[in-house]
Design a protein around this ligand. Structure first.
Ligand code: NAP
Ligand code: ZN
Ligand code: ZN
Length: 348
């Protein structure tokens, strides 16, 4: 492998700083890619600051990766040098358990290997993510990219895209269903695009009414300011599904009250503190609170193909890697439309 370098957090208080390291050569079924673009997910911020208590340093974040294949292992057949390939949140799993056999590697009984800050199953080193110049990954965990989409706008599909596509499919968002999306950020804007494309009636909840026009353009049928009690009350007991994409603690009862009988509030956002809610809001409508995490490898490819067929992509602000710390600060201020993507050609 050529030498590797990127931007790393050296500890939970550390900004991201230039960092050099080594990657192993690809095994027979692996490929090496030169990274072209990497999205900036709010999980990268949670992880680099150890907000979930599982971070390993030094840490190079980044799990929304699009790149060009530069080498293929001796028995690798899916890609050839020069192809475009994409990598998301996980890069390996046990490949033996029932979820792995079903193509739900993200639910691997032994736990999937995360793209960064996790022990590599091959050599025990700590995985380093996509805020870097290259990656080595098994071809099973790399995806083909639709040829008609802009590569920077594809990168966020690898996390924000699949994390919202999968639960919307699972809970059958579609014609005749009223679906709420909470939070118009990286995940939220993809959820909005998918739910609209699947034919549901979509209501975007936001804390910031300045996002109203954008939400309507992105596919919302209605936009509700979540701090407006009257506007919230108007939707009481009317939703089939609400997908919560919020990164910070916030009241769940406001949304449980809006569910119909037998409806579901699905959490994908991962605030650093556990939520609290009133059980009364569940029993009075037999409602469910559920969670969902990314998607398996077959469904991730299905999502990418769907995006190619329907021209669905992320709204992005492309940044040089030197601005990544500023991008983290802007994420915290909800100042992003709607995903930062690092142009890796700026990494010298
Ligand atoms: P993001 O771009 O920062 O968007 C988060 C949105 O949440 C903001 O745009 C804002 O929307 C809303 N929000 C922020 N602070 C809030 C507060 N205090 N109260 C109410 N609303 C608030 O983040 P993201 O990248 O989409 O990630 C969202 C969350 O999903 C993160 O916690 C991330 O770690 C998690 N995640 C989970 C998975 C999974 O597999 N389950 C995968 C990826 C990410 P408005 O301005 O519209 O209110
Ligand atoms: Zn992510
Ligand atoms: Zn497994």
């Amino acid at each position: 492998m050529p030498s590797s370098h990127g931007y790393a957090a050296l500890g939970s208080q550390s900004p991201l700083v230039p960092y050099a390291f080594t990657r192993r050569d690809p095994d027979p079924t692996e490929i090496a890619i030169e990274i072209l673009y990497c999205g900036v997910c709010h999980s990268d911020l949670h992880m680099s600051r150890n907000e979930w208590g599982q971070s390993i340093y030094p840490m190079i974040p980044g799990h929304e990766i699009v790149g060009r294949v530069i080498a293929v292992g001796t028995s690798s057949t899916k890609f050839k040098p020069g192809d475009i390939a994409a990598v998301g949140v996980i890069v390996d799993s046990c490949r033996q358990c029932a979820p792995c056999h079903r193509g739900e590697e993200h639910f691997c009984d032994q736990g999937p290997t995360l793209t960064y800050s996790a022990p590599d199953r091959v050599d025990g080193s700590i995985t380093m993510g996509g805020y870097s110049n290259n990656y080595v990954v098994d071809e099973r965990f790399a995806h083909r990219v639709p040829a008609n989409l802009d590569l920077a706008a594809v990168a966020p599909l690898l996390c924000a895209g699949i994390t919202t596509y999968s639960p919307l499919r699972h809970w059958k968002a579609g014609p005749g269903k009223k679906v709420g999306i909470v939070g118009l950020g990286g995940l939220g804007h993809m959820a909005l695009k998918f739910a609209h494309s699947f034919g549901a009636h979509v209501v975007q909840f936001t804390t910031n009414l300045r996002k109203r026009e954008d939400a309507l353009k992105l596919g919302a049928d209605e936009v509700v300011l979540s701090s407006d009690p009257a506007a919230m009350k108007a939707h009481t007991k009317s939703f089939d599904l609400i997908l919560d994409c919020v990164s910070a603690p916030h009241p769940l009862d406001d949304y449980l009250a809006l569910l119909k009988q037998d409806a579901t509030l699905t959490l994908v956002g991962l605030p650093d503190t556990p939520p609290s809610f009133s059980v009364f809001n569940l029993i009075t409508r037999r409602a469910s609170i559920a969670g969902s995490m990314i998607g398996g490898m077959p469904e991730t490819q299905e999502m990418l193909d769907y995006c190619g067929q329907h021209s669905i992509f992320s709204e992005v602000e492309v940044i040089p890697i030197q601005n990544v710390n500023e991008a983290f600060e802007r994420l915290l201020k909800q100042d992003v439309k709607y995903r930062f993507v690092i142009d890796m050609s700026t990494l010298k």
